[in-house]
Each structure stands twice: as structure tokens, then as C-alpha cells.
Design a protein around this ligand. Structure first.
Ligand code: KMH
Ligand code: ZN
Length: 272
């Protein structure tokens, strides 16, 4: 089986220090959390950035400063900026970090309810626009799908030339408004992927570690981090993103799966 790629989603746009004090806002905090995740075994950092007061932003220069600061200490890490940003941001606002030509970036493949009155909007034309942008700039998209219909959309847009093969999916499961994180749903999504695709699973909230175990056994890859879940076990806040990554590494060891370095992850994903 291929080595396991662990992605650390260290900040997200929605979680706050009130929910877990380790959520990074400042540049120093981003470097600290990326470093702890890397030392524990993560090879990819899925990155949203914040202003120092915690407000989420897609500002290109803020991304540049945070990415440069992480790279100065951990140059081998793969940094994967979000193009999802936060609910309500415009397409061009969301796309700003692509101007920095990262190796990867997220490409969200459909619209979904995001709790309460929030709607995370990704129309078909938005996905085409983002897909074209990533092809132009040579960025590998991580295809974020929150439901089965979004896999179907990605496959249709792949046929039309907006997304290139081999595709890499992120099955984000357990968002209030998307598919649940039940094992039955995991198998359904996983069996709906093309045979040459790779995938990562991001279990949100209580699904984080059950789905990590499922992907480890199945030969998939895993995303964890404070963006998805702020607890290390029921009711116990994680001390850091590193602690969440360490738990995945322990699970992988139990199942005999080795952990990929960033260089190995680049090979598996076709980045190198
Ligand atoms: N913050 C969510 C609205 C992504 O990173 O591309 C969107 C999100 C997806 O987190
Ligand atoms: Zn994200």
C-alpha cells in the first residue's frame, strides 16, 4: 500500500480561540502550528489565514507573509491554500492566494448549506472559473467534495476539460449540510471515484478519527486539524494540530501503514 499522506488543516476560517486556544491567528502562531503538525507527520498544510484579531481573510499579501514564514522554517512542506475562504466572500477575493502559484489549492465542487442561514456557494460557473485558473497557473486542485453530487460535478467538468487527471479528491464528511461521516457513506463516496484518482478523507467533528482509520485501512489519505475538529477525544480539547496528527500516526502504525514525507507525498500526487 502507498505511504499515508497526512494533511493538517491548521486553522480554517470558522473556528476561534474561544473554541480552542491553539487556533492560530498571528504569523508566529501559524508557524508554530504548521511546525508541530509537520514534526508529528503531516506533509501538507491546508491553509486559511487570519488577521491578528482572528478575522478570516483571503488577502494575497497576508497569505504571502504566512507562507513565506512557514517555508523559511519548514521549506519541504507542501502548502495548500484554501480557495474556499469563508462563507460570503466573492470568487475573486477567494482566488487571491492562487496568484502566489502554490503547488496545490482547494477547488470546492458544489454549493451546500453551512449551518443556520449560511450557504457556501460554488455554482457550476464558479467551479469552471476556478478550474481554468488552476490549469493556467499549473496548480493541482484538491477537489473538495461535501456530498456525492459534487463528485459527479467534478467528473463532468473533468470531461469538459476544466479539471485534469489524475484527480485528487478530499472527501469532507460530517459538515452540517453535507453528507454524514457514517462508514456506509464513506464507502459510497469512495466507490464513486475514478480508479486513477487519489483521495484524502476529512472527517468533521466526531467523525475525524473513525474516518481516518477507514482511509488508513482502505489505502486513502487523511486530513485532520483544528479546522475540522477541535477535540483530541470526546470533550477534551486538542493541545495543538500536532497532537491531532500524532493520533493519526499512532493509528497508521497500528495498521502497518507508513507515513509519507513531503517528498514522497509529491510523488504520490504527481507534483514532483
Ligand atoms: N470555510 C469553508 C466555507 C476550502 O478550504 O476550500 C470553506 C472551506 C473549503 O473551508
Ligand atoms: Zn478549508
Amino acid at each position: 500500500m502507498e505511504k499515508l499522506i497526512i494533511t493538517a488543516a491548521i486553522s480554517g476560517a470558522e473556528v476561534t480561540k474561544e473554541m480552542n486556544p491553539a487556533v492560530p491567528y498571528t504569523i508566529e502562531e501559524f508557524v508554530r502550528e504548521a511546525g508541530l503538525a509537520y514534526k508529528a507527520g503531516a506533509s501538507i498544510i491546508h491553509l486559511h489565514v487570519r488577521w491578528d484579531d482572528g478575522r478570516p481573510t483571503q488577502d494575497r499579501e497576508r497569505f504571502r507573509v504566512v507562507m513565506d514564514a512557514i517555508r523559511a522554517k519548514y521549506p519541504e512542506l507542501i502548502i495548500q491554500p484554501s480557495t474556499g475562504g469563508a462563507v460570503g466572500m466573492s470568487n475573486d477575493e477567494r482566488l487571491q492566494p492562487t496568484e502566489l502559484k502554490p503547488e496545490m489549492a482547494t477547488l470546492d465542487c458544489g454549493t451546500l448549506n453551512f449551518g443556520g442561514d449560511e450557504v457556501f456557494e460554488n455554482t457550476e460557473n464558479t467551479i469552471k472559473y476556478f478550474g481554468n485558473r488552476m490549469i493556467e497557473l499549473g496548480i493541482k486542485p484538491e477537489l473538495e467534495v461535501f456530498d456525492k453530487s459534487m463528485i459527479d460535478m467534478a467528473l463532468r467538468l473533468h470531461k469538459k476539460g476544466y479539471i485534469k487527471s489524475p484527480m485528487h479528491f478530499d472527501l469532507v464528511m460530517g459538515v452540517n449540510g453535507g453528507i454524514t461521516g457514517d462508514l456506509r457513506d464513506f464507502v459510497f463516496l469512495r466507490e464513486s471515484l475514478p480508479s486513477d484518482a487519489t483521495y484524502t478523507v476529512a472527517g468533521v467533528g466526531r467523525f475525524e478519527f473513525t474516518l481516518a482509520a477507514a482511509a488508513i485501512i482502505d489505502g486513502g489519505h487523511v486530513r485532520v486539524g483544528l479546522e475540522d475538529n477541535v477535540y483530541i477525544s470526546k470533550g477534551v480539547p486538542a493541545r495543538s494540530n500536532g497532537e491531532l496528527v500524532e493520533k493519526v500516526v499512532r493509528l497508521a502504525k497500528e495498521f502497518g501503514r507508513e507515513i509519507a514525507t513531503p517528498a514522497e507525498a509529491r510523488k504520490i500526487l504527481g507534483l514532483a
